[in-house]
Each structure stands twice: as structure tokens, then as C-alpha cells.
Design a protein around this ligand. Structure first.
Ligand SMILES: Cc1ncc(COP(=O)(O)O)c(C=O)c1O
Ligand SMILES: [Zn+2]
Length: 406
């Protein structure tokens, strides 16, 4: 696909081989790049030879003739939840479960693109800093593609995520600091060794991979686009990608509207929301981040400018929810839909619960971005405990009575 790179801050357009990652004039924080296409081929919209996210290769900056697809990313289920929609006063509710990706998060869509690009450039080591999921997706897809991955995570990342990295054979540097510090450190080290960078926002291609989530949902819904799309927000790339996916489909003439996009943050890490509300998007309101939703515990969001611009363009906004609301949302979402999300995944549902009255009568799609098994510890305090009994019928019945099951 024929494309160029445009700075989100100054608007300057670059050829893809002219710049490495970000606009040299505006710098790596504000000068993140957008991939802009000359036009979308109207001949064949979908690449039916390829499965999952690669069915959208006509909309991606990758030549699949030179890339062997490593794992099946995408093709995740979308569920229509009419009963829950009625309960919430919505006209309909769709739940797209991206925790069903090969390494169990939305991030697989981005890592797949990063690996394709590294292969195109002939670079055999890829690095990233991550709250956990970008890392596990990079290491899983790297293992499947025969490239090396070097990962910088905050030491506090959940056990399951760190173990996942080690199992896949990544080199893991656990930084005794925040995600934001791990990010800056990774950039210094990665640059020094000339590795390929899979860091959110800095690498413009990640968002292109992620936009396939929105495209896939549109296709699954037969191009009937819901009024509102909700997703959780850390660095701001995923929420931007939801906009870009719908926007590229609209440019190609496949859909006629872009949903109102609502980004949901954790209250203790809501720098994107605060920047959006203050209205000066190139003056990010960074903060020290704290949230049990580790994946979105980001204080210095790297894609803040794009996220604010795109969400505004869609007529949407950002909201934030407390850790308590997130914990309760995990349990309620699992019980009402069967989808068990990690905290950052359920954050979208917590956001929906919070503003359901504002959305009365609308159709809503929730993007659930990560699987609940990634982080079981944080949800434990929101569920009842198990009843331990001796292997004895009377004791079992007593426990069942206490549990209210008989
Ligand atoms: C499960 C999950 N949800 C949401 C996000 C937020 O994505 P972004 O940082 O691009 O805003 C992440 C990022 O790590 C994630 O892992
Ligand atoms: Zn610029």
C-alpha cells in the first residue's frame, strides 16, 4: 500500500524512508506520525487469502509478499448482548473480546505490524517498554517469527505477564520504577544498540495494526456501525486506533459514519482526560500514575495529542473511573457476558456503567482489550472466597447452605 507519514503536530509530510520514528522538528513526544494513504484500492477491499487482521492488509503499510504471518492475530469474537443492553437502557450492546488473541490482548495487533516492519528493515532484535501486554505480545510474536525481543517492564507488572515473557524467551529487564521511567530507559538503550523500537506512539505503525480491531468489528457487524465505541486508555494509542480504523473505512467508502469514541481512564492515571478537558492538546497534563489497572497506569501518555485530536474529531470525550468501579466491572462483565477481562479491559465497561444514562437509547460497542487471567490477584478482593470442607457430605451441604446455593 502506498503511504506517507504526517506529523500530528506540525502537519509536515515525510516519505517513509525519510524519518525513523517521529518528526525531527517536533520531537518524540508531540511529533508522533500518522500513516496516511494515497488512496484505498477500490478493487478488492479484503484480502481473503489472509486470516484475522491480515484480511485488512489493503489498509496496512505492509507488503505481505515479503512477510510470513507468524500467528493468527485478530478474528476475535464480537457478542451482541441484548438483555444487558436493555438493562442499561441502550438500544444495543456489542462486546468485542480481544482478550482472545494469541497472547491474550489487543496488543497482538500492533506487535504483528512491528515485526513485519522490522523484517522489512532487516533488523533482528526488537525492544519495547510496556506495562505488560505490549511486551507479552511482542515476545510471543517474536518467538513465532524467529526474532529476538528485549523487554523493559516496571518491576510491579503482574506475575502472569512477566512469566509470559520469560516463557516466550524474551530478555526481560524489570525496571525498579514506573512504566514511564522504563519507557525512557528503553529508548536510550534501544537507540544505542540500533534495535527496532516497538514503543507505543513512537512507532507509527503500531496504531495501524491496532486499527484492524475497529475494522474487524465493522465487518462483523455488516457495516452497521454503533453510535458509540468505548475503550480504555493508557498511552492513548488504542483509542486513537479505533478512530483511525473507522475513519479509514469511511475514506474507502465502506461505512458512512464514525462512532462517537469515548476513552475511559483510571482515576489515578487520567492524564489524557485532563489534557482533553483543558483543551490545549500539545501541553500534556502529566502526572504520577497509580491504578490497579496496571496496563493503563500511565502518567506520561505518549500518544496524548493524537488521542485528543481523534476523540474530539469523533465528537467523543474521555471519562475516568475509580479502581473500585473497575474491580466491580470485571466481576459484573464476567457474570453478565461470560467475558473475563483484566482490569484495563473491564475499564471500558466500568465507563459504560458510569455514563449509561447519558447514552440512553444508543447502540454501544465495548472493546475488551485484555484477558482476565493476565492478572487474577487484583480481582480477588472483589469476589467471595471458596468454602473449604473435608471430603464429607454433611460438611459440603453445610457449606452450600452458607453459600446460599441450597
Ligand atoms: C489491556 C489493555 N487495555 C488498554 C490499554 C491501553 O492502550 P494505550 O496504552 O494504547 O492507551 C493497554 C495498554 O497497555 C492494555 O494492555
Ligand atoms: Zn512536526
Amino acid at each position: 500500500m502506498n503511504y506517507k507519514l504526517r506529523c500530528i503536530h506540525c502537519g509536515k509530510i515525510y516519505e517513509s524512508n525519510e524519518v525513523k520514528y517521529t518528526c525531527p522538528v517536533c520531537g518524540s513526544r508531540l511529533g508522533t506520525l500518522e500513516v496516511v494513504y494515497n488512496n484505498f484500492s477500490h478493487v478488492e477491499k479484503f484480502d481473503l487469502e489472509h486470516k484475522g487482521m491480515w484480511a485488512f492488509s489493503r489498509f496496512l503499510p505492509v507488503d505481505l509478499n515479503h512477510f510470513e504471518v507468524p500467528l493468527l492475530v485478530g478474528n476475535t469474537p464480537i457478542y451482541e448482548k441484548r438483555r444487558l443492553a436493555r438493562e442499561l437502557g441502550l438500544s444495543n450492546l456489542y462486546v468485542k473480546d480481544d482478550g482472545r488473541n494469541p497472547t491474550a490482548s489487543y496488543k497482538d495487533r500492533a506487535s504483528a505490524l512491528a515485526i513485519a516492519k522490522a523484517k522489512e528493515l532487516g533488523i533482528s532484535t526488537i525492544y519495547c517498554a510496556s506495562t505488560g501486554n505490549a511486551a507479552s505480545s511482542l515476545s510471543g510474536l517474536s518467538a513465532a517469527s524467529g526474532v529476538k525481543s528485549v523487554i523493559f517492564v516496571p518491576r510491579s507488572a503482574p506475575d502472569a505477564k512477566i512469566t509470559q515473557l520469560l516463557v516466550y524467551g524474551a530478555t526481560v529487564i524489570a525496571v525498579d520504577g514506573s512504566y514511564d521511567e522504563a519507557f525512557d530507559l528503553s529508548m536510550e538503550v534501544g537507540e544505542e544498540f540500533g534495535w527496532y523500537c516497538r514503543n507505543s506512539a513512537v512507532n507509527p505503525y503500531l496504531l495501524e495494526g491496532k486499527k484492524t480491531g475497529a475494522m474487524e468489528a465493522a465487518l462483523q457487524l455488516n457495516w452497521r456501525i454503533p453510535d458509540v465505541a468505548m475503550v480504555s486508555v493508557g498511552d492513548g494509542t488504542v483509542v486513537s486506533s479505533i478512530y483511525k480504523g473507522f475513519s479509514d473505512l469511511k475514506k474507502a467508502g465502506l461505512i458512512s459514519k464514525i462512532p462517537m469514541i469515548i476513552g475511559v481512564q483510571a482515576e489515578g492515571a487520567n492524564a489524557v482526560m485532563r489534557t482533553f478537558e483543558l483543551g490545549i492538546f500539545d501541553e500534556p497534563r502529566d502526572m504520577e500514575a497509580h491504578s490497579m489497572a496496571d496496563s493503563i497506569a500511565v502518567g506520561k501518555p505518549r500518544d496524548v495529542l493524537k488521542a485528543c485530536k481523534y476523540v474530539k474529531e469523533s465528537g467523543g470525550k474521555f471519562i475516568s473511573v475509580s479502581d473500585d468501579e473497575i474491580g466491580r466491572a470485571i466481576v459484573e462483565l464476567a457474570r453478565k457476558t461470560g467475558v473475563f477481562a483484566e482490569p484495563a479491559g473491564a475499564t471500558a465497561y466500568a465507563g459504560l456503567k458510569k455514563i449509561k444514562d447519558e447514552l440512553k437509547g444508543k447502540s454501544v460497542i465495548l472493546f475488551i482489550t485484555g484477558n482476565g487471567l493476565k492478572d487474577i490477584n487484583s480481582v480477588k478482593r472483589f469476589v467471595t472466597q471458596v468454602y473449604v470442607v473435608k471430603p464429607n457430605r454433611e460438611e459440603a451441604k453445610e457449606a452450600l447452605r452458607n453459600a446460599g446455593a441450597i
